[in-house]
Ligand binder design. Structure first.
Ligand SMILES: Cc1cc2nc3c(=O)[nH]c(=O)nc-3n(C[C@H](O)[C@H](O)[C@H](O)COP(=O)(O)O)c2cc1C
Length: 389
């Protein structure tokens, strides 16, 4: 089969391909933020506002975008973020994205709400894999999941702390993407109008696995059909720093908190023995009033860079934007939708295409900036809106 994603020139092209292939309901689910999409737009606007400033007449004939993160070398300053619905956009979507990340030489983060057993994704996906944890109503079941991820071999645990209540997402309600999904005429028509997705993704689950995708990595939900499962996914709104300390005791490898917006919380995380934090507003999904993480980054760098690893995400669509974050002092950037759109458009090849596009944009911009390595980037290469006069 021809790989359509080869013709994508940028992440926006992959997004358009994803929109054509997916149902309106699923595309809306991955593309929108919450409420009025204000945080989603702010994430983009904040990245666009920052300007790059080149230094010239540097030999940039050999460029290397590699970084060392948590003591390990990786080919790009990127990590693939956890996205729950990867398995709905493509058959075994988590595995195909993990494979693409392995090929691109970057870590992949598996979401708690994935639809294939974590051990199988770990084995089939290869490369370096991290596991993301949502803390469910039953805290003990979350602890069981941590132990299972530890035994499976995941190299880092990402504890998401910004997702304690369900998001306010009107598009999902309008499109019938409310769990349990009811087979209303609108939902059925939407599926029938997208036969490539219906047959290629849902059809394959039914044929190969005898039914629709299930949440198989949350102990209490083992074997619960997707349609019923979501209603049980009540998150835990009692979680505090004590839980972080408890997880620190049982997780022997790299521990990362995801979803921080205030630098004081990064210092608290460091006090709890956490190795890294992800400055994030969940890609504009958690709160529509949230500040853009790239705007928060300088305050984290000032307060906590010497104590904890700083990763940032939300809104990154261009390699040049990744470099803006790196120049501002981030240790790495996470990308969620970019590889997810790619996977939705063309499976593993599409997810890889997304990372390949970002890599090409990164190395080209490094040449323009006069920075042959990531370590050459510094604060002098970026201007914030407040500095432009
Ligand atoms: C469709 C979708 C599903 C997501 N699912 C999860 C998840 O299960 N766990 C989590 O910690 N973050 C989740 N996120 C947030 C991402 O990990 C990441 O923070 C966000 O996508 C970054 O923004 P970007 O998509 O603009 O790159 C999800 C994001 C999207 C778009």
């Amino acid at each position: 089969m021809t790989d359509l994603s080869r013709s994508a020139l940028d992440i926006e092209d992959l997004r358009r391909m994803a929109r054509r292939r997916l149902t309106k309901g699923i595309f809306g689910f991955i593309d929108h933020g919450s409420e009025d999409d204000i945080a989603l737009r702010h994430n983009r606007a904040a990245l666009e506002r920052i300007r790059l400033r080149a230094r010239v007449l540097v030999d940039v004939s050999k460029r290397d975008p590699a970084i060392t993160l948590f003591g390990k070398r990786q080919r790009l300053p990127i990590i693939v973020a956890p996205t729950g619905p990867a398995g709905y956009v493509w058959y075994r979507g988590e595995t195909v994205i993990a494979k693409a990340a392995a090929r691109a030489g970057v870590p992949f983060t598996l979401a708690s709400t994935s639809n294939t057993p974590m051990e199988q994704i770990f084995a089939d996906g290869g490369g370096r894999q991290w596991f993301q944890l949502y803390v469910w109503k039953n805290l003990e079941s979350s602890v069981e999941t941590v132990l299972r991820a530890r035994d499976a071999g995941f190299e880092a645990l990402v504890l998401t702390v910004d997702s304690i209540v369900y998001y306010n997402r009107r598009w999902d309600i309008e499109n019938g993407m409310v769990f349990p999904v009811r087979m209303t005429p609108k939902v059925v028509l939407d599926a029938l109008l997208h036969p490539r997705w219906l047959i290629g993704t849902m059809g394959r689950y039914v044929l190969a696995e005898g039914g629709l995708p299930r949440y198989v990595n949350i102990p209490v939900l083992d074997d619960t059909p997707l349609a019923e499962a979501r209603s049980h996914l009540v998150k835990n709104d009692t979680m505090t720093w004590d839980f972080v300390k408890r997880i620190r005791e049982i997780w022997p490898r790299t521990l990362i908190l995801k979803g921080l917006q205030h630098p004081a919380d990064a210092l608290k995380a460091a006090d709890c023995g956490v190795d890294g934090v992800i400055i994030s507003n969940h890609g504009g999904i958690a709160s529509d009033g949230a500040l853009a993480p790239i705007d928060a980054l300088p305050s984290f760098v000032a307060a906590a860079k010497d104590r904890i690893t700083l990763i940032v995400d939300s809104g990154f669509r261009r390699g040049s934007e990744v470099l803006k974050a790196m120049a501002l002092g981030a240790d790495a950037v996470m990308v969620g939708r970019a590889p997810l759109y790619g996977a939705a458009a063309a499976g593993e090849a599409g997810a890889y295409r997304a990372l390949e596009i970002l890599e090409a944009e990164i190395t080209r911009t490094m040449a323009i900036l006069g920075t042959p390595t990531i370590a050459d980037l510094s604060r002098e290469h970026v201007l914030l809106a407040s500095e432009m006069g």
